[in-house]
Design a protein around this ligand. Structure first.
Ligand SMILES: Cc1ncc(C[n+]2csc(CCOP(=O)(O)OP(=O)(O)O)c2C)c(N)n1
Ligand code: SF4
Length: 284
């Protein structure tokens, strides 16, 4: 049996009071407990940012790397030890900006990772510059004339490329969010959970109230295997923001394609140091 008290540590989150990250942290804990996942079963991987700090407060295995580089590190860990449940926590800037190419590669590969993106539509840690998901026209200190670029729609891109599972949650709806993360962890293949997360300090537009007014639950009769319907849902915006699982398929996860790890994970395989040395010498 796993309990919420198994997760967490003595560290006090260095987030502003009222930040949407608190609920995401709680939702992740609840999903781990609901999935019966023990500390040793899970590896968290993060980059840099307010969102990327979330796993620091879980007391679980953690690899914290460079900004935007969580997904390649997580991919390596998953290939080395496919038995691990690997969860990536990233900000919208970290995942869709600095790490944008890695996001596309992870979707194409369909590596079995749970990708929880804390999407506050802003760069939080560096104090409020526009991120790829900041709405066109939004004025920030770094964009005094408003953002000129079209906002990146991660759900539309992920569904267009047939990611394994694509969902959207909101940190103002904890119970639903925990359920979505749990479903993501249970899914074999890449599961993107894009979470609308108000940044109370630097995004004064997309507030809790702003999201509450616009978010609605995807009706239970929605068939997430229907790609075209999922694309249409992902394309909704402005005053209609659907929450729930938009899309799901049963594509083979990346790691299932490698005969070398079919019988035994890489981390359990013996290393022939002589062969390794010969290879390195040959190379140089
Ligand atoms: C390659 C690189 N570019 C830029 C930075 C500076 N930087 C650190 S955090 C950050 C923004 C983080 O925003 P986001 O990923 O959206 O996370 P949040 O802090 O909003 O949760 C930036 C630009 C960096 N550390 N490394
Ligand atoms: S700056 Fe924004 S994202 Fe960062 S802790 Fe404060 S409210 Fe949260």
């Amino acid at each position: 049996m796993v309990a919420i008290s198994d997760y967490g540590n003595h560290l006090e989150p260095a987030w502003c009071p009222g930040c949407g990250n608190f609920a995401i942290l709680e939702a992740v804990k609840q999903a781990l407990v609901a999935g019966g996942l023990k500390l040793a079963d899970v590896l968290f991987v993060a980059g840099i940012g307010q969102a990327a700090k979330a796993p620091h407060y879980l007391g679980a295995n953690l690899f914290n790397g460079l900004h935007g580089r969580a997904l390649p590190a997580a991919t390596g860990a998953k290939l080395a030890n496919p038995a691990l449940k690997v969860v990536v926590e990233s900000g919208d800037g970290c995942c869709y900006g600095e790490g944008g190419n890695h996001f596309l590669a992870a979707v194409r590969r369909n590596i079995d990772l749970t990708l929880v993106v804390h999407n506050n539509q802003i760069y939080g840690l560096t104090k409020g510059q526009a991120s790829p998901t900041t709405a066109t026209g939004m004025v920030t200190k770094a964009q005094p004339h408003g953002v000129f670029a079209e906002a990146f729609n991660p759900l539309l891109v992920a569904i267009a490329m047939r990611a394994g599972m694509v969902a959207r949650g909101f940190s103002g709806r904890l119970e639903q969010l925990a359920g979505l993360i749990q479903q993501g962890m249970a899914h074999r293949g890449l599961a993107l959970i894009d979470v609308l997360q108000p940044c109370v300090s630097f995004n004064k537009v997309n507030t809790f109230a702003w999201y509450q007014q616009r978010c609605y639950d995807i009706p239970p009769e929605h068939d997430p295997t229907d790609w075209q319907l999922a694309m249409a849902l992902a394309d909704e915006g402005g005053d209609k923001i659907p929450l729930g699982v938009l899309y799901r398929n049963d594509r083979l996860p990346y790691e299932d394609h490698f005969p070398v790890i079919a019988k035994q994970p890489l981390m359990a395989q013996p290393v022939d140091r002589q062969q390794l040395a010969d290879m390195v010498n040959n190379f140089f």
